[in-house]
Design a protein around this ligand. Structure first.
Ligand code: HEM
Length: 153
């Protein structure tokens, strides 16, 4: 019992710190940078993302491992792919999307492409980053609401 409780603590703490960081970047950092000189924006954003990215990698791994362990301990695997388990599919789908962005797309090509585009069109990069972060935050909110509802109903 205490193992399940501890796993849930790790899971929720990772989600709070991870999605809280995404919310901060989306609602504070990116809007604030809009009023900065275009030439500096991407450099400042990259430095912040580099620091947050390091934290996010650990938090995403912790959320995934604790979520997977909870799935097995609570014997919820049978719910996967079924309408009653849509909230679980949502968590796994969002986690996979974020992990691919963080561990595959960003190191392989996303950061390089964005840096190149920022040299030519910094306003476009800023708009793209804002739109992408808003979308991720909106998806996270939906996943959290449906997760809490799914568990309690
Ligand atoms: C590999 C990915 C994930 C797996 C396997 C997973 C699995 C689980 C499981 C099994 C539970 C416990 C359900 C219960 O207490 O009966 C849970 C709880 C929860 N998960 Fe996830 N999860 C994952 C990712 C995420 C993500 C990405 C989010 C949010 C963005 C999230 C948000 C939550 C929340 C808010 C709860 C608490 C629900 C409650 O107890 O009211 N999870 N997760």
């Amino acid at each position: 019992m205490w193992i399940t409780g501890s796993l849930l603590v790790v899971h929720i703490l990772s989600i709070v710190l991870w999605i809280g960081g995404v919310a901060f970047v989306t609602t504070i950092t990116l809007p604030m940078l809009a009023s900065w000189p275009a030439a500096h924006r991407f450099a400042v954003f990259s430095e912040m993302e580099r620091r947050f990215g390091a934290q996010a990698r650990i938090l995403v791994v912790a959320a995934g491992l604790s979520g997977g362990a909870l799935l097995v301990r609570l014997r919820l695997t049978g719910l996967l792919g079924r309408p009653q388990g849509a909230w679980l599919d949502g968590m796994i789908g969002f986690w996979t999307l974020f992990a691919l962005l963080l561990f595959v797309a960003e190191p392989l090509f996303l950061h390089r492409k964005m840096s190149e585009l920022a040299q030519r069109d910094p306003n476009r990069v800023h708009a793209l980053l804002l739109r992408g972060h808003r979308l991720l935050l909106a998806l996270a909110v939906i996943v959290i609401i449906s997760g809490v509802w799914g568990v309690t109903t």
